[in-house]
Design a protein around this ligand. Structure first.
Ligand code: NDP
Length: 493
């Protein structure tokens, strides 16, 4: 464990405090199945303390700090973050098993997210509204208040960057609850906010169980908004829990992204993107192209390329920089992935390669699974409909644009999509008709601070990043000022 971070305290009100309710729990390294560190575990009373600290900070110092000073603090934090990329990547990799070459690449970009949000902090002006001469009408924008940020286990620091960067730039204060499998990196993050000099209570971090600490955060009357990334089923529970307090919610949920390869595509590039996306994060990302739709004339070539590439994926210990793909992040996810391999075979899909847990020396205690390819998949199969969240590519053949669009849209999800074609007109036609929050054309998973990210249909509500990313953390107030000061007596006649 890197020396400068420790994880056995909660971060509340600018202090490192022992949990009142929960104590300390081991965090499991999915590469070994063994504990690698002890993490403080908060309960309801800890969440209450954190919300009280966040409320006090919101009503006190944070509200009074001019926006350009909020921005300066965020920039200072971002610069500090950039100096700790290696340590943060190691912590995240120990918690979720993501190959460290990926963790470093991802976490290496986070400082830029915080810089982007910092750059927006003092530009959140309203507008004047053209009216007649009798009034002057204008809007102003105000932070909603205390934000509960609830994050998943696959990308804890990325989800935190998107939520905290936007919330803090908007002038909100935050209580962050990371997923139970991956709490350590969020406490490391708290250390950096502390070092950067954020006022006490502006950022609070309380790991804990979702149905306890998470639910208390959602139900708390002083929490104005929940920014959530996770599963749709959890989002529905959150909506019900937050109903009595009318808590605002944004949701980044699951996906089953179609990655469409037309026969006229630059096939080498398309295969690079499609195979890379199938096995990145060991398949554990909502935006990965888990459904690969391939036009029939090139279908066999693409299947063969997937089979060949799967053999070149170096599965291994995630802290080894040579490793391409680490283990699944936790035992339940491993079981889920293996169960979907069985489902795919039972549905009649052809298992081209992979599909088994890896039990070779050195990896047998971890949650490693082979990169897996199914061919002959039809759109209605469960492996083409349901989010597996494992390194399982489902290759679906299609004939022509209309069928590609129909298959692409035939799931409950609508997060992301990719398409490869050498025909610009076709690319526009198809992109326009795909039901998704994001469509990548002749590229894939290009995600940046300035590009809005989020889903339609069962993939969520609202957008993170981009200019739109601040909207959920702001309320608009309309002020109308009479220029005459006169108001007619309604009962004069
Ligand atoms: P979960 O929904 O299980 O958990 C997400 C977070 O919610 C965790 O912190 C969890 O805590 C918490 N939680 C659980 N129950 C409650 C509750 N009753 N009230 C409040 N909070 C609760 O998702 P996963 O962690 O399993 O993450 C994987 C999912 O996230 C996938 O479906 C994936 O598609 C989605 N995802 C979406 C992204 C997007 O941008 N659209 C990006 C990344 C992931 P605990 O861990 O203790 O249960």
């Amino acid at each position: 464990m890197p020396d400068s971070f420790r994880f056995d305290r909660l971060f509340i009100g600018g202090e490192w405090v022992e949990p009142l309710d929960g104590g300390v729990r081991p965090s499991i390294d999915p590469a070994t199945g063994a504990p690698w560190g002890d993490v403080a575990w908060g309960g309801e009373r800890d969440v209450d303390r954190a919300v009280a600290a966040a409320k006090e900070a919101f009503e006190g110092p944070w509200r009074k700090i001019p926006p350009w000073e909020r921005a300066a603090l965020l920039r200072k934090f971002a610069d500090l973050y950039a100096t700790r990329v290696d340590a943060l990547a190691e912590i995240e990799t120990r918690d979720n098993g993501r190959a460290v070459r990926e963790s470093r690449g991802d976490i290496g970009m986070h400082a830029q997210y915080y810089h982007w949000f910092a750059s927006l902090a003092d530009k959140l002006g309203g507008r004047t509204i053209p009216m007649d001469d009798s009034v002057h009408a204008f809007t102003t924008r105000h932070p909603v208040g205390v934000v509960g940020a609830i994050t998943p286990w696959n990308v804890p620091l990325m989800a935190a960057a998107w939520k905290l960067g936007a919330a803090l730039a908007a002038g909100c204060t935050v209580v962050l609850k990371p997923a139970e499998q991956t709490p350590a990196s969020s406490l490391a993050l708290a250390r950096l906010f502390d070092e950067a000099g954020f006022p006490p209570g502006v950022v609070n971090v309380v790991p804990g169980d979702g149905p306890v600490a998470g639910a208390r955060l959602v139900a708390h009357p002083d929490v104005a908004k929940i920014s959530f990334t996770g599963e749709g089923a959890t989002a529905k529970t959150i909506l019900k829990t937050g109903a009595d307090t009318l808590t605002r919610c944004t949701f980044e949920l699951g996906g089953k992204a179609p990655h469409i390869i037309f026969a006229d595509a630059d096939l080498d590039q398309a295969i690079n993107a499609a195979t890379g996306s199938a096995w990145a994060l060991c398949g554990q990302s909502c935006a990965l192209g888990s459904r690969v739709l391939v036009e029939r004339p090139v279908y066999d070539r693409v299947v063969e390329a997937f089979r060949e590439r799967a053999g070149r994926v170096r599965v291994g210990m995630p802290l080894d920089p040579a490793t391409h793909m680490g283990p699944q992040a936790h035992r339940q996810q491993l079981d889920k992935t293996l169960s979907y391999v069985a489902i795919g075979r039972g549905e009649g899909a052809e298992l081209v390669t992979g599909g088994a847990r890896i039990d070779r020396d050195g990896l047998a205690d971890g949650y490693f699974v082979e990169p897996t390819v199914f061919a002959g998949v039809s759109a209605a199969m469960r492996i083409a409909q349901e989010e597996i969240f494992g390194p399982v590519a489902a290759l679906i053949p299609f004939d022509g644009e209309e069928e590609a669009i129909a298959i692409a849209n035939a799931t409950p999800y609508g997060l992301a999509a990719g398409l490869w074609s050498g025909d610009t007109g076709r690319a526009h036609r198809v992109a326009a008709r795909i039901e998704a929050g994001m469509v990548w054309v002749n590229t894939y998973r290009y995600i940046r601070w300035s590009t809005p990210y989020g889903g339609v249909k069962a993939s969520g509500w609202g957008r993170e990043n981009g200019l739109e990313g601040l909207d959920p953390f702001l309320e608009t107030k309309t002020t109308i000022v009479s220029t005459t000061g006169t108001f007619p007596d309604p009962f004069a006649s």
